[in-house]
Design a protein around this ligand. Sequence first.
Ligand code: UDP
Length: 240
Amino acid sequence: MSSIIKRNLLLEGKTKKIYSTDNPYEVIIHYKDSITALDGLKKDFLQDKGILNNEISTFIFKFINSYGIQTHFIRRINNREQLCHKVDMIPLEFVVRNIIAGSISKRLGVKEGTTPSNTIFEICYKNDKLKDPLINDHHAVFLGLISYEELNIIHRITSNINNILKKFFLDKNIILVDFKIEFGKDSKNQILLSDEISPDTCRFWDKKTSKKLDKDIFRSGLSEKVFNTYLEILKRLNVG
Ligand code: UDP
């Protein structure tokens, strides 16, 4: 396989950097060791956390792709980097909730751990100044961020991903409590699952003990436990 040359830094986010390559349709995504929460107010540097998230997200994207769902992922290049299709990100976060936890618990006054009879789908508008507000389909279309047709496609893919991942994680004795995904559009206007799926973007609870195996460890101030918690997720993915 020919080696890929990293060219210019196109974008630097809270946890990843995006570089151009010699191919205008492909980018390199570099996973940093930073971790943030509370809209970026809480930050830390955690040695080698980027390596774990690169591996975990690689595994999950490959798994999702094996079900015929198109993603930006092409291949993992090294322990911190992936080669991906270049996309224009749609500035929306699609959240799926199988169990009540986090912001919805406070917003609706429902006890964490409650299992709703329906799966809950949410959309947040990615806008730092506005603090990523919760919006609905009509707001997203009104803001010119997406069309109803594209939303229909994304809702179908998102529901599919939830079904696939819920079952997959349950087999590893992990409850997929909730997660956030993002989508982008490639040069042919195709909608591709993009960004990452990792313990930074999902809530994982151990099936037997309900122990938290995700970024909530960091949110609750236990930075020193994050690495081993993420490592535990990686080990469970790779076993069996
Ligand atoms: N999430 C995320 N990025 C965000 C907001 C949320 O990855 O900017 C994930 C979060 O890790 C959880 C799910 O989306 O798995 C639902 O998060 P929630 O709305 O409860 O927000 P939070 O607890 O992060 O305030």
